[in-house]
Design a protein around this ligand. Structure first.
Ligand code: HEM
Length: 392
């Protein structure tokens, strides 16, 4: 809980801090990576630094946390903290990293605000930082403690590499040493760390898709302008060894026996495959409306598996939207207005941000309460920070 001393100071300065974040964060990262270049080798994504998405996410979340503390004196934004803690744990963030981020972030704030960074202002934001850091450190400790091993990464050998639609490959990864594997919950992801041609290691998260027992299987959509996916597509071969984290991620299959809507676009199909597989293994009679949008049937990742799992479930039905439609497809982008969402349904969305925004609005327009809509963003979450995605 924010102290009575800090509360008015945060109230007075949150506007200016939020406004200055786009200027503070590049300076924070520049100074941190100058002092600790090893953080760019295996932990932070160089690509996110270049495109600026991650800088905004980290610092933006502190302002969002502060505004939450002002409006909810009794609680914490659990969903935000949990999402970030899972991401951190998949990357091996440790308690001793927090003072490093603190030092460079607050150095950047002091330089940016100049005389406005009075000792009083700095002390109040310090309090916010450590409230948030302590909460995340606690969640991260719990996540690390619930794993079957205490390794951040373990070696996995590429046992199979298959084309899984135009632009996507599926990699099946089997343990390459005796590290015990934590069973994954459907919908979770792993961090895969890859050595780049210049020797630097780069991590990325990939949702686990159904695969053989005792393996981790991922589907990788090629991003030609990206750094890691071209290596996984073009250079990694069967027999190569990659470093893979334990499974993390808190967007999981909504429990219960009520109806589900699983709406995906493009590579956003991956968590849906995991959910459908779990339901199929349970021989679930649940009503499941499966919706998928893609450029064409050819680019639809793991299409056969998606269709097969729907066919296995007596209560599941599939509808598709294609930019190049075939027989039975709706034409163009997904429009949830074209389907009737079952009463009481839990909706899960995964795909690009504009897709999820449109799908969410259409679901809300059909009367689905915001709390019944979950979403998974592949990449830094800019939605939660800049939008009222969780309200309503
Ligand atoms: C990602 C917040 C401390 C390393 C993130 C994200 C947020 C965030 C919001 C984006 C999560 C998403 O994908 O949606 C914070 C806050 C911190 C903090 C508020 C302090 C209170 C740290 C520390 C480290 C760290 C101490 C380690 C030095 C990372 C890394 C990512 C990340 C490597 C992945 C993103 C990337 O590489 O682009 N953090 N973080 N964070 N954080 Fe933190």
């Amino acid at each position: 809980m924010l102290s009575e001393k800090s509360r008015p100071v945060i109230e007075q300065t949150i506007g200016v801090i939020a406004e200055r974040i786009p200027f503070i964060t590049p300076e924070f990262y520049r100074s941190m990576f100058a002092a600790r270049p090893e953080l760019l080798d295996g932990m932070f994504s160089r690509a996110n630094q270049r495109n600026g998405s991650q800088p905004q996410a980290l610092a933006g979340s502190i302002a969002m946390f502060a505004s939450w503390l002002l409006s909810h004196p009794e609680g914490y934004p659990d969903e935000l903290l949990s999402r970030v803690a899972h991401k951190h744990a998949s990357l091996g963030v440790q308690p001793e990293h927090y003072p490093i981020v603190h030092e460079h972030l607050f150095g950047a704030i002091a330089r940016d605000l100049g005389d406005a960074a009075t000792p009083e202002v700095v002390a109040a934001w310090d309090e916010v930082y450590w409230l948030m850091a302590d909460a995340m450190i606690r969640i991260e400790a719990g996540l690390y403690g619930s794993q079957a091993n205490d390794a951040v990464l373990a070696p996995f050998r590429v046992a199979a590499k298959e084309q899984a639609g135009v632009g996507t490959v599926a990699l099946t990864l089997e343990p390459a040493d005796g590290t015990p594997m934590t069973p994954a919950v459907a919908g979770q992801y792993v961090t895969v760390q890859v050595r780049m041609p210049d020797g630097v290691h780069q991590p990325r998260q990939f949702t686990l898709v159904p695969g053989p027992e005792g393996t981790r299987r991922i589907a990788v959509r090629l991003d030609e302008r990206g750094e890691v996916t071209p290596v996984l597509h073009h250079d990694v071969r069967v027999g190569d060894v990659l470093q893979v984290s334990n499974p993390y991620g808190d967007v999981v299959l909504p429990e219960g026996d009520g109806p589900l809507v699983l709406a995906s676009a493009g590579i956003g199909v991956t968590p849906m495959l995991a959910f459908l597989d779990r339901l199929a293994r349970q021989e679930s009679p649940r009503e499941v409306l499966v919706l998928h949008a893609d450029r064409s049937a050819a680019t639809w990742p793991l299409r056969e598996l998606h269709e097969l799992l729907v066919a296995e479930l007596p209560g599941a039905r599939l509808e598709t939207w294609m930019e190049t439609p075939g027989q039975g497809d709706h034409d163009g982008f997904m429009d949830l207005g074209e389907v009737r969402i079952p009463a009481g349904a839990q909706v899960v969305l995964c795909g690009p941000l504009p897709f999820m925004r449109a799908a969410r609005s259409a679901a809300v327009a059909q009367g689905v309460p915001g709390r019944s809509i979950a979403y998974e963003i592949l990449g830094p979450d800019q939605w939660m920070l800049h939008d009222d995605a969780r309200e309503a």
